[in-house]
Design a protein around this ligand. Structure first.
Ligand code: HEC
Ligand code: HEC
Ligand code: HEC
Length: 125
């Protein structure tokens, strides 16, 4: 509790200092995700919008057992390319409030269990 409220205070103080809007969520800096510098997702954007979850389901045990990490549809890959950093250069979890894997889901009322096991930042298991 104490930790959360001091973090909140710090976020307030920082956003005040930097003159940013009312931001309680961690501030990820636009342009710091690899995806921000690229034109294309692993599939055309329209396809990703509609079907991204089909690509990353635990559909078949085979897929999981053989390991598709490193393939273009790996969940670790999504995180690696879509995660942004905060102003201190630290990765902000992709599912944090307002971040890439949260914004639409919040809107669509989708709640992901994936990140109970999978890393929300690049470079971790
Ligand atoms: C109970 C833990 C658990 C949950 C929850 C879970 N996974 Fe996994 N997942 C694993 C394990 C263990 C592996 C195999 C080890 C690895 O490759 O990281 C794996 C592998 C994968 C892979 C292949 C490796 C990679 O990085 O792409 C994908 C894709 C994947 N999971 C997607 C998902 C998605 C999407 C969700 C949510 C809908 C999800 N997982 C939820 C445990 C979990
Ligand atoms: C190599 C970098 C890269 C990887 C890996 C990647 N993406 Fe993307 N993704 C992008 C870029 C760049 C865009 C924006 C394309 C555009 O503006 O048309 C994008 C767009 C998207 C969109 C559409 C967003 C919108 O605003 O409509 C979704 C959804 C998406 N990606 C999900 C995923 C998922 C899920 C994975 C993992 C299977 C993934 N991406 C892997 C770079 C990547
Ligand atoms: C452009 C908006 C958008 C973005 C960005 C986005 N999603 Fe989604 N996602 C959706 C929508 C909408 C659904 C629900 C689709 C449905 O149920 O028909 C969904 C569903 C999912 C599901 C299936 C959930 C379930 O319970 O079946 C997974 C898994 C998923 N998204 C993973 C991701 C990951 C991982 C990212 C970030 C790399 C991401 N999404 C980014 C819009 C988005």
């Amino acid at each position: 509790m104490t930790r959360i409220s001091s973090m909140t205070l710090l976020a307030f103080a920082l956003s005040g200092l930097l003159g940013l809007g009312s931001a309680l969520a961690v501030e990820a800096v636009e342009g710091t995700a690899k995806a921000d510098k690229l034109e294309q997702c692993v599939e055309p954007t329209s396809v990703m919008r509609r079907n991204h979850f089909e690509f990353i389901k635990h559909q078949r045990d085979l897929t999981v057992r053989q390991g598709i990490r490193g393939s273009k549809h790996s969940l670790a890959g999504c995180v690696d390319c879509h995660a942004r950093k905060d102003s201190g250069g630290k990765f902000v979890p992709v599912n944090a409030e307002g971040q890439f894997c949260d914004a639409c889901h919040d809107y669509a009322a989708v709640s992901l269990k994936c990140f109970e096991c999978h890393s929300t930042v690049p470079g971790e298991k």
